[in-house]
Design a protein around this ligand. Structure first.
Ligand code: PLP
Length: 388
């Protein structure tokens, strides 16, 4: 077993060697610009991009022409929210989202509020899941868009996408989901879930950083989206700029591998995750799981350890790559806004750790982490004045 152990797969994942192998030729001998129409170099690159488009589409049961390549989920979220809102201003000015969304969604909403849009941040239940009755009550005739994350980057909870899609569909409201953490990990079916826009990031699914996609449902007339970037009219005018061909090839390959291996991989990760949880809970008292355990990504665990400060815990666990799940602002470390939105008391929000398992983790690593966490928490608690 090699140290340090990587347990932070929600932050990013290593590139799968099979993905790297697929990408490499597109840096060197197949270096063409996918927009070059007059020679073989360009055709080769364009062909690779179209293959990747099919691979991404297939993962989420979309059609290739519904996939737009971007620089990642941050850009996809920005394009989905700002692009749709600005293009639909005439129809309405109201957006519904959750306070637990990623900053790429929340900050896009804040920007839109400055432009005169109205945003409802629906409170979530204690388990992090959306309350569908609250959602029903939040629609107004002005509502144009609902944005709800498919699976959560901190607490791993998986939202009721089909039910949300249905509520939106019945009202003619567009439904966007940030699936950066969900795509490739759990089945997603954009048709049956009635999803109109969906954000994907390659580096969360064993692909390279700096590349992603936005699924935009095909409609007649086409869904209007105001581009964020103007230029050469790439990606049907919705996202100008020379395509990142090696990155796109990597994203496509990553999607293909996830699609093929998802059933076995999620079963294996789920059992590793449960081993981790059971191991920690059997060794320590006063440990609380944050977020629904039933509707959760297979590789996510988020725990609060009473009477322990998570920053000290991270220092004590210096041979394990973990994160607190709390967003740190400049100098001052704040408790996670996500845990606060769930109603987790501050002292437990300050005591949380996010465990994100991945493709290359082993049972041996899980057992090591259980030992180290139990030891570190026991030690810190023995020093804690609160327990004296
Ligand atoms: C849910 C979610 N949305 C968006 C992002 C941003 O993705 P990217 O790094 O591809 O911009 C992340 C990753 O941090 C994420 O977890």
């Amino acid at each position: 077993m090699k140290l340090p152990i990587y347990f932070d797969h929600h932050a990013t994942t290593p590139v799968d060697p099979r993905v790297l192998e697929a990408m490499l030729p597109y840096f060197t001998e197949k270096f063409g610009n996918a927009a070059s129409r007059s020679h073989r170099f360009g055709w080769e690159a364009a062909e690779a991009v179209e293959t990747a488009r099919k691979q991404v589409a297939r993962l989420i049961h979309a059609r290739p022409q519904e996939i737009l390549f971007t620089s990642g989920a941050t850009e996809s979220d920005n394009l989905a929210l700002k692009g749709v809102a600005r293009a639909h201003r005439e129809k309405g000015n109201h957006i519904i989202t959750l306070p637990t969304e990623h900053k790429a969604v929340l900050d896009s909403c804040h920007r839109l509020e400055q432009e005169g849009f109205r945003v409802t941040y629906l409170p979530v239940n204690r388990d992090g899941l959306i309350d569908l009755d609250r959602l029903k009550a939040a629609f107004t005739p002005q509502t144009i868009l609902v944005s709800v994350m498919a699976a959560h980057n901190e607490i791993g909870v998986v939202q009721a996408l089909t039910a949300i899609g249905q509520l939106c569909g019945e009202r003619g409201v567009l439904f966007h989901t940030d699936a950066a953490q969900a795509a490739g990990k759990i089945p997603i079916h954009v048709e049956s879930m009635q999803i109109d826009l969906l954000s994907i990031s390659a580096h969360k699914m064993y692909g390279p950083k700096g590349v992603g996609a936005l699924y935009v449902r095909e409609r007649k007339p086409p869904l209007a989206i105001e581009p964020l970037i103007d230029g050469g009219g790439h990606e049907r005018g919705m996202r100008s700029g020379t395509l990142n061909v090696p990155g796109i090839v990597g994203l496509g390959k990553a999607c293909e591998i996830c699609r093929q291996e998802m059933p076995q991989e999620s079963e294996r990760l789920c059992s590793l995750r449960d081993r981790l949880r059971d191991g920690i809970l059997s060794r320590l008292d006063d440990v609380y799981v944050n977020g629904s355990m039933e509707r959760r990504l297979p590789h996510n665990l988020n725990l609060s350890f009473a009477s322990v400060d998570s920053e000290s815990l991270l220092v004590a666990l210096n041979d394990i790559a973990l994160s607190t799940g709390s967003a740190c602002t400049s100098a001052k470390s704040e408790p996670s806004y996500v845990l606060k939105a769930l109603g987790v008391p501050d002292e437990l929000a300050y005591a949380s750790l996010r465990f994100g398992l991945g493709r290359f983790n082993t049972e041996e690593e899980v057992d090591y982490v259980v030992d180290r966490v139990a030891e570190a928490v026991t030690n810190l608690r023995s020093l804690s004045p609160a327990l004296e």
